[in-house]
Design a protein. Structure first.
Length: 219
């Protein structure tokens, strides 16, 4: 199963054990995990009829019916109790937070891996502060000219993170890799352009504040 860079990055973070891929789409990630015996079994959860039909077909074609159970379900409302790792990829941050708000379903979940396409600060903060997980790995990648931040959380005592840690990622901001720098230098250029437009004063103030925070972070 060929994986995109984004899915391969998630794949490399998945620990051995039973996994549930929420919003599995066509099932490429979980099929690859099962085919390569990274996981002994897993659940592919999808709530859209078209992708679910393709998902079921792909699992059968891959000969993974004994290892992967497809589930037509919203989020984790019907999450089996033997799941130790949750993957939530390719969705907005508000959706991820809403899915994870069913805290009682996370009792046995020790690892959560997210690829949030918005509100990454809020996602980090919610999973750490409200659910009691620690950030143990983070990667920033660029695919089709889009930057993605992929974050791995593991259950632990409530961590002590700063606002900047939640905003930029405690590991990413410590490593300050080339893509991290590239992403935020591009954001500074975007802000510089926006400030040439006729904007309300409160918007100007917000953008200037954001630019100064980024500049401080990149020092």
């Amino acid at each position: 199963m060929d994986l995109s860079l984004r899915l391969k990055t998630i794949y490399d973070m998945v620990p051995r054990g039973c996994v549930a891929d929420v919003g599995s789409d066509h099932g490429k990630l979980i099929i690859a995990l099962a085919e390569n015996e990274v996981i002994p079994k897993g659940y592919a959860i999808e709530n859209k009829k078209g992708p679910y039909s393709t998902l079921v077909s792909n699992i059968t074609k891959a000969g993974m019916n004994g290892k992967i159970t497809p589930m037509f379900s919203d989020g984790i409302s019907e999450l089996p109790s033997d799941v130790y790792t949750l993957v939530l990829a390719g969705m907005g941050g508000a959706t991820i937070i809403e899915i994870l708000s069913l805290k009682e379903k996370l009792h046995n979940v020790s690892t959560i891996i997210v690829d949030a396409h918005s509100m990454i600060k809020e996602v980090r903060e919610y999973i750490c502060q409200e659910l009691g997980y620690n950030i143990t790995d983070e990667k920033i990648i660029k695919e089709d000219d889009i930057y993605y931040e992929i974050v791995k959380f593991q259950r632990s005592e409530r961590p002590l993170y700063s606002e900047e840690d939640y905003e930029y990622g405690p590991i990413l901001r410590k490593e300050k890799g080339l893509l991290f720098i590239e992403k935020y230098e591009a954001r500074i250029k975007e802000i510089d352009y926006l400030l040439t437009l006729a904007l309300p004063q409160n918007r100007v103030t917000t953008l200037i504040g954001e630019r100064e925070k980024i500049r401080s972070e990149l020092k």
